[in-house]
Design a protein around this ligand. Sequence first.
Ligand SMILES: *Cc1c(COP(=O)(O)O)cnc(C)c1O
Length: 474
Amino acid sequence: MNANEPKQNLLRQLPGVDRLFETVAASESCAHLPKSVLLKAIRTVLDSRRNAVLEASDAELPQIPTLDSLAAEVAEKASTIGAFNIKQVVNATGVVVHTNLGRSCLDTEAIAHITMVAEHYSNLEFDLSKGRRGSRYSAVEGLICEISGAEAATVVNNCAGAVLLCLDTLARNRSVILSRGEMVEIGGSFRIPDVMAKSGATLKEVGTTNRTHLADYENAISTDTGLLLKVHTSNFSIVGFTTSVSLSELVSLGRKFDLPVMEDLGSGSFVDFNRYGLYSEPTVQASVAAGVDVVSFSGDKLLGGPQAGLIVGKKTIIDAIKSNPLTRALRIDKLTLAALEATLSLYRDPEQAIRQIPTLRMITTGKQEVEGHARKLKSKLEALDKPGLSLTLVDLASKAGGGSLPLLEIPSCCIGVQMDDISANTIEKALRRHQPPVIGRIENDTFIIDPRTLTEGDDDIIVSAFAQLSAKNR
Ligand SMILES: *Cc1c(COP(=O)(O)O)cnc(C)c1O
């Protein structure tokens, strides 16, 4: 007898693709799915069953499930294959501008404006008063100038692109003077020296990591200098024996030598968080008022809008930037432009901006309010009556995130979750695999939920995730 015969017999019990397809396609849960998805799911399920048989030891040969249970397996597989890859998640981390989780959530007016532009034709590049081609940037330029106090403005698809474009326009084949204390790397492969190299500018580092003086810049100026650059050290802070040159000192130096001065603000806020009792981030308005020639900042960090790179400054410089062919390659799309316009228009009334823009609202929510939310959510979780589940309120800090306000610890009140027979790591994993996923953090072997970053409907999702949590998740 052939040694493989028992395995071959088992494999013969597996239905063929066609037979399984007929069964699955007739089922209610799969009737609406495309044939390609069903076939992919069928092949995956059959392959895995076949491999299970081939890899099993002769003593422990697996059973082949019935046709109906294979069909159910296929249906489940097909629903994951057919599902979108980008999905809603619950941000329970307390990191407001969480780059991995999509940075800023948009306000409802911005969402409505995106929908309008997506659904209909629009005057994106059409001047309705003149009846001819217009500029796509005109929708937001005026607003950006109005809010920031700048003479001129433009936008590209993100701040990294904005920096590249500014350097390429102002300093290609020339040198750019930058303090060694500001040679930053922003998470996810954006390093100032690398962007500089890509733009064709040469980096001229001055000073030291902790101390740079005005004379360091001045001594480095030569005939090939194209730009004086200041980069906001947005995701770290050097403390102790430090000196850096202020933006206005750098602006005076630029004037003296007739050199443009640029500041890459990165997080770029229009709101002074000092007024809300929080450690403050330099505002765009302050940089403009200091007389800097050009400033770049992100749309989806502290601005609370869509991914975009905003550039504001002197008209001659912005005009030069606009006529650089790179601008076309970095151009912002219409959906983003709509979201940006709607978000910016909220800043016309700063109080309204704080109330309505989710990122600003989350950062400025007081601890008491977060505590009220935490208590409510805690009692909903207690009502599940889950054996071994212990819930406590803990005073911890939230973070602004997104490489902004690095020192800011926003006082928060979180829910600490522990379970008798399930570790914090297992809780974290199970919630992350829930649909929709719930993302929290672990501190001292406790799973932490920070209500600061929860949005409408998230409480119910968290409660249902915990209701389904059991030791089998291990
Ligand atoms: C975040 C940041 C950038 C990059 O901005 P993106 O919008 O993510 O491209 C550039 N410079 C600084 C200082 C930053 O903080």
